[in-house]
Design a protein around this ligand. Sequence first.
Ligand SMILES: [Zn+2]
Length: 204
Amino acid sequence: MSAKPVKAFIIETDDPEESTIQFATTNVAARRQGADEIGTDFEAVSCKRLPWADQYVDSGIPALAYIENDWHVSCANCGAMVHKESGSTDDDGNYEPHEPVYRGEHVFCSPGCETSHDSKVAEQNAKFAAFESRVRELRPDLQYKSFRGAYPYITMTGEFMFDGAKYGGSVRDEGDGALLWFVANGDKAAWDQYEADQAKSGAQ
Ligand SMILES: [Zn+2]
């Protein structure tokens, strides 16, 4: 194996919001990957080496590494910008330095923000599990293809097929507990037939 080592590059445009870190063996390859990711032309971006990030090619860059290299990372719960010297001002105007909690690629500005994030995640995931079992119980006859709605989603959806369907349908809960059922336009007739058959077999 004489493969060239993969290195980290930062690709930027004139817009400070638009930068991306890419791992590649050459500057040109990194620049192309970065331009694609930002969604702009190769000519519109600049590309520089980012030696401190080289070691994270396989693991993803931890939030702590960004901060130690003078970057700002937003709190995964409240969005506050966390950096080496950051803090927040409370309602009385008192400045409190952040007490960052690092978790892999994420940082929380305080232990309280971490706790609040974890309970939001647990709450949504419990809601999602309840949604899925409610749908399966309500319509055990449908053939479910997938369910989606774990954190960070709020809207929960399930996709299903039924006997005679070409495209299938979906069920969703926008977060308020009401179940909304949809069937693809091309399957409306098949659905009516299916429901009629279900009603018939249920009545027997
Ligand atoms: Zn926070």
